[in-house]
Design a protein around this ligand. Structure first.
Ligand code: FE2
Ligand code: FE2
Length: 245
């Protein structure tokens, strides 16, 4: 048995949102996903997809994208991304009922992998605008937007704790935490979300959302204060799922 993660599939089987304009890595990316996942993930394995699954704006426009995910091998667990318009928080239970036995939607709940609880939420982080000097150093940023971001991060931190506490009540003490957004902004070394990870002794924090080389180092990578941080954006991994356990 193995646990894998991959994020930001950005599928568009029912919409005309081609990702090709974002660089060569996106050319026929759905074929790369299918090939790479089929080569690595076996039926008994678990694959966590960390959000931005589909460009469809409502469920009826996402059905073929979700069917593509369903056909991939292994148990599939989905996290909400900022582009997943088909999935508002209050629809999680309905999605889980509709896709029961096929896909699991992770939000205010948790999934089990061996003795680990897989916990998580979409997360949020402040993404600017930042203002630079001629040496490309940040000199200031939009304070109003930063204030709004802090409110959204607090809401997501609450959702994350609901997920962890549900797992604790079920008797779990080992956690792998999934976020769509990076856990920290480019200004930070820690955040409300990394503090929660530390408070509950989370072993790994997995996130995506960052696209393009300029953004791959926006947040924590590798070990920080005893936690392993990994970026699993599709284009960062050339659409190869990362083995976590
Ligand atoms: Fe994305
Ligand atoms: Fe995203």
């Amino acid at each position: 048995m193995a646990l894998y993660a991959l994020g930001d599939l950005h599928l568009s089987f029912q919409t005309d949102k081609s990702m090709d304009r974002f660089g060569a890595v996106w050319k026929d990316h759905e074929k790369k996903i299918e090939q790479n996942v089929c080569e690595r993930v076996r039926e008994e394995d678990t694959l966590v997809l960390t959000g931005d699954h589909s460009w469809g704006r409502k469920l009826s426009e996402c059905e073929e994208d979700l069917a593509f995910i369903e056909r991939l091998p292994g148990r599939k667990i989905l996290l909400r991304g900022n582009h997943d318009m088909f999935w508002s928080v209050n629809k999680t239970a309905a999605l889980n009922a509709r896709y029961q036995g096929k896909l699991f939607f992770l939000q205010n709940n948790f999934a089990v992998y061996e003795n680990y609880a897989l916990v998580g939420t979409k997360g949020y982080t402040f993404e600017g605008p930042f203002y630079f000097n001629v040496h490309q150093e940040i000199i200031c940023w939009d304070q109003e937007k930063e204030k709004q971001a802090k409110k959204l991060i607090q809401r997501e931190a609450h959702r994350l704790e609901l997920s962890i506490q549900a797992a604790m009540q079920a008797g779990f003490h080992h956690f792998i935490m999934f976020l769509h957004y990076p856990p920290t902004s480019i200004l930070e070394d820690r955040s409300l979300l990394t503090d929660i990870a530390e408070k509950y002794g989370v072993e790994q924090v997995i996130y995506s959302h960052c696209h393009g080389e300029a953004r791959f180092h926006d947040s924590l990578l590798g070990e920080h204060r005893g936690i392993q941080y990994s970026l699993v954006s599709g284009d960062y991994l050339d659409f190869c799922p990362l083995k976590l356990l």
